[in-house]
Design a protein around this ligand. Sequence first.
Ligand code: HEM
Length: 343
Amino acid sequence: MTIQFNDETFRDDYSFRNSDWAIKRFPFPFHEDSYMYSVNMEQHRGGPEGSIYENRFDVDEHYVSEMRDRAMVLADDPLRCQSMPHMTLAGWDLLELIMVSKSEDYPDLFELHRDGNNWRWVNKPLGIDDSFVFLDETTLPYGPMEYITRQAQGDFCVLDQRDDNLWMDAGMVTTQADWSLDFDIGMNFFEWHAPVPLAHEKGIFVRALKFLLNIQQGAPARRLNWTMTVNPLLDTSPENYHKWGIQKTTLSPENIGSKQHLRVELQTFFRLPRSNALVFPIRCYLCSFQDLMTVPKWGRRLHRVIRDLPEELATYKGFIDNRPMMLDYLSSFDDGQATSDGI
Ligand code: HEM
């Protein structure tokens, strides 16, 4: 299908909107009426036509505006993009993966022409037409990871694999749920997950790491994660907490339907061919409560999940203070009927 790109903002006047199409394909993350952390991994082998799982890298109506927002974040704070010197090859691997995937999956929007190492990349939505020499950094305006992730929705962590662990040695992180690349750079899988409550004692991270270390080339995996965001903000970083944290106090019974957003991350995992690094794209989807409530089974289920969520998780996810107001709003959409599985 042809995508109509929105002209919208994720800051100041928050003109971000989801079309009916975007609401319909929103990745509602709950498959039962309660939620607890688990190793919820599955193969990333595509999905129903039109769904966010159909392609390796989903491109939607927010693409152009999200890339504009990323450029603004980077102009304010270049440390949102970092790559240690030994990660440059992984950056080229990532550039190749994204260019090949997008040009195959969206041939009307992206083109890749290759003649040996002489490559030409055409990105029609962003008006880019660049020729460069693959593996020669001097022929691109940025390093390979930065170049391609300025043109790809979602954050990207590029992880070096050594000593049976993963190390956050490169990344482009401008749309994160309250964690910092600059703080986590150089950390390993257990170190950067240290703040997460309840999951370590359940052995989740030991099992998850084992799974990730064994991901093979051509067999990517995926999982969903979620949190809550007041206003459709992409950049909820610790670096800018002074700007967005305070906005949580602006929620009221009158505006909660439009201001409160469920934030869902489609997290995917790809093995990279030359470097053996693992890339972890984290694609953020936002949907306001009032848009979610247009799907009755989502309204019922969200009420029950939020009501019964352990206090530690509501605190870690940053909405413990607003939970009572959310429940007042959501309860009016819960008629007590059973919800069916497999949403
Ligand atoms: C949270 C990174 C894979 C489970 C986080 C955080 C980061 C992160 C930076 C935020 C921690 C903080 O509060 O500072 C990554 C990276 C991964 C990865 C780079 C890929 C290598 C996984 C996997 C699982 C997982 C495979 C599977 C269980 C979680 C959970 C949270 C979390 C449950 C808490 C999220 C929440 O409640 O919102 N991860 N993660 N992560 N991660 Fe991962």
